[in-house]
Structure formats: structure tokens, C-alpha cells
Design a protein around this ligand. Structure first.
Ligand code: NAP
Length: 343
């Protein structure tokens, strides 16, 4: 994308759509060194397993910056690289340097350096709990003024409000939730749900429209089921689907269930559920609870339902015991109830 001011934008004012931030004096030489460092070992190491180039990919190439290079950030970055996009990443420490190199990602432990690379799209992959702090302290002014900011948090109303509050007006905002992870999306993303809400995309600037469209095409190309939905509706539905799934997975994980020789299909799926949920960080699970207003109600509904189910079992057991103890020598209403249970 070139620099300069283009067509009139919102409100008829000509917005600067690609005004570069000032570069430090050693910018060019640093860039060249990073490029050399990245290319040499990646080529020597050969293709990374599961990271082969997708030579059929017709998605226009983007320069994508990933903020938060943990489990999910790496998982996305790998797929972006395989489609031929230029991928940069930043996280809290230097410990991802080697891994990033292996994946073909340029890594910056300094967030200012990351921003000065001017990615067209910045994808926030930080934990739910840390995102407020990360966004509040992020040096947005070092990015191009017109950048697309995307988040992938598993809760949606919270980052939407946060970004609308904190992100400079010139930036576009796309809230997304790829509803899969390194386990469920290990081999293929075919048919997996990808929720998105175009919270703020400048419809008057075709460049912005196209960039947002192209970013979403990354997921379309992988065969994801694209689901436009508001962030509010996402959280309502996620509380009774995703949060329940994670809670049941955590409870079963806590019971330390083991595989046996007589596993049924149903039991196998419970063991898979444990794998699919307990491999995620507890921080992620806590975030699903803490930052979705609907989660408390879901947790209480689960507890009530567990109590009702348990009560049905114990009521029936008590009836059987009473019958054994007293036979027909019981009050009329209890005898009636026992008849009903038997029928
Ligand atoms: P996570 O534990 O939710 O997040 C880990 C990431 O958050 C790491 O990059 C970590 O940085 C960063 N982080 C944690 N505390 C931080 C702090 N105080 N300041 C700055 N960064 C901090 O695990 P995750 O699975 O990678 O999830 C990342 C995001 O993706 C979450 O918002 C999650 O809801 C979303 N998501 C995850 C999945 C999934 O299947 N895992 C699926 C869809 C969406 P460092 O690595 O540098 O410590």
C-alpha cells in the first residue's frame, strides 16, 4: 500500500489513509538484517511440518502482524504463512525468536519495532484477561493511520467496546472468533465456524473494504463456515454452547477419567472433550467466564440441572428402600407415588 491522502472519506473530509509513522535512523539497515536472519535458517531447515505453502491460494497477499504469539497466535500465523502472506509477530519476551524463524514469521520482542514495520492488518491474539492492558498501552500511533485491527478473543462484546473506546478513529475494527483451535483445527479448517462482526470498516474507502474482505477470505479459502453475527449475539449463544462445553470438559478433566478396554463411543467422545478443552490455558477458560455476562447464568443453570437430575435418582432410590422397609404399611400418598414410578 502506498502513502498519501486519497478520496474523501466519512463526513466528506479527505482522510489520510496511509500516512507512514516516522522511521528511526537505522530503520533500513535493521530491516535488511532481520530479513537475512529470517531467510537463511528457514531455507536451511526445509519446510516446517504442517506449514507447507498452499500453492493454489488465490487470496491477495497481506502483511499481517500478530500480537500475542502464544498457542493461538502461532496457530493462526502458521496458516497465514502457508497462504503466502507476510507475517510478523510480537509478544512479551524474546523466547519466541527461534520458533518464529522456523515458522517463517518475523518476530519482534519490541512492540515499537513491530509497529514500525507497518502491517496492514494487526491481529490481537492476547489472552482475554490481558487484552485491556495490551490495547490501552499499544503504540497505535506508530502504525499507519489506516490499519485494520482484528481481534480473535473467545468473548466478543468486551473487545468490541474496548477497541471502540481505545483505538484511533482512523483504524478499522473487525471482531472475529474462529471457533476452533489447535486441536479441532489441527489438520483442516474445512466446515469450521468463523464468526465475524465488521464493527467499524470505512465503507467509503474501497481500500478499507477490500482489505477487510481479503482478510476474511483467508478463512473462506480454508473452507471455514463464515458466520456474520453481532458481538452481543455471539456472547449470548456462546454462553450456552462454548462455555458449557469448556465447563463440562474441565469437570471431567478434574475427575481424571481414564481410557479402558471397554470404552463406548460416548465415553470416547467425553475423553476427546477433555483433550479439546483442558489443553487450553485455564486463563482462557476463566476469561470465558469473567468477560461474558451470560456465563454466570449458564453456570447456575448447569448447577440447577445437576441437582434436579441427582434428586430424581435419589428420590427413586428412597422409594425403593421405603418399600423394602415398610411394604404396604405406608401412607396412601407414598403408595400412590410408588405405583406411578413403577408404571
Ligand atoms: P491464552 O492463554 O488465552 O493467551 C496467551 C497469549 O496472551 C500469549 O500470547 C501471551 O503472551 C499473552 N498474554 C498473556 N498475559 C499477557 C500480558 N499480561 N500482557 C501481554 N500479553 C499477555 O491462550 P491462547 O490459546 O493463545 O489464546 C489467545 C487468544 O485467542 C485468547 O483471547 C483466546 O480467547 C483466543 N482464542 C483461542 C482459541 C484456542 O483454541 N486456543 C480459539 C479461538 C480464540 P506471551 O506468550 O508472550 O506470554
Amino acid at each position: 500500500m502506498g502513502s498519501g491522502c486519497t478520496k474523501p472519506g466519512r463526513g466528506g473530509v479527505a482522510p489520510c489513509v496511509a500516512l507512514d509513522a516516522a522511521q528511526p535512523f537505522d530503520f533500513e539497515s535493521k530491516k535488511q538484517k532481520e530479513k537475512n536472519d529470517l531467510e537463511a535458517p528457514a531455507e536451511a531447515a526445509g519446510p516446517v511440518p504442517g506449514n507447507q505453502r498452499d500453492t493454489d491460494c488465490d487470496v491477495p497477499k497481506l502483511k499481517i502482524g500478530v500480537v500475542g504469539f502464544g498457542t493461538f497466535g502461532q496457530f493462526l500465523a502458521k496458516r497465514f504463512v502457508s497462504q503466502g502472506h507476510t507475517v510478523l509477530a510480537t509478544s512479551r519476551s524474546d523466547r519466541y525468536q527461534d520458533l518464529a524463524k522456523e515458522l517463517g514469521v518475523r518476530y519482534f520482542s519490541n512492540v515499537d519495532d513491530f509497529c514500525e514495520e507497518h502491517p496492514e492488518v494487526v491481529v490481537l491474539c492476547t489472552s482475554i484477561l490481558s487484552t485491556e492492558q495490551v490495547v490501552t498501552n499499544f503504540p497505535f500511533l506508530r502504525l499507519k493511520r489506516n490499519t485494520l485491527l482484528v481481534d480473535v478473543l473467545s468473548v466478543k462484546e468486551f473487545p468490541k467496546k474496548l477497541m471502540l473506546r481505545q483505538v484511533p478513529e482512523e483504524f478499522d475494527i473487525l471482531c472475529t472468533h474462529p471457533m476452533f483451535g489447535p486441536d479441532s483445527g489441527k489438520a483442516s479448517w474445512e466446515g469450521l465456524p468463523m464468526m465475524f462482526d465488521r464493527v467499524r470498516v470505512n465503507a467509503e474507502n474501497p481500500v478499507n473494504e477490500e482489505r477487510c474482505h481479503n482478510f476474511l477470505r483467508i478463512f473462506e479459502h480454508e473452507g471455514c463456515r463464515m458466520i456474520p453475527m453481532t458481538c452481543e449475539e455471539h456472547d449470548r449463544q456462546a454462553a450456552s454452547t462454548q462455555f458449557i462445553t469448556h465447563t463440562v470438559g474441565r469437570m471431567l478433566g478434574d475427575m481424571q477419567l481414564e481410557s479402558t478396554k471397554i470404552n463406548t463411543k460416548g465415553y470416547e467422545s467425553l475423553l476427546n472433550l477433555i483433550d479439546n478443552t483442558c489443553n487450553d490455558s485455564f486463563e482462557l477458560y476463566y476469561g470465558l467466564f469473567m468477560y461474558n455476562q451470560n456465563a454466570t447464568e449458564t453456570l447456575e443453570a448447569m448447577e440447577r440441572s445437576f441437582d434436579r437430575t441427582k434428586k430424581r435418582l435419589f428420590d427413586q432410590l428412597h422409594e425403593v428402600l421405603r418399600e423394602q422397609l415398610f411394604g404396604d404399611d405406608q401412607p396412601e400418598h407414598i403408595l400412590k407415588q410408588q405405583k406411578k414410578l413403577k408404571s
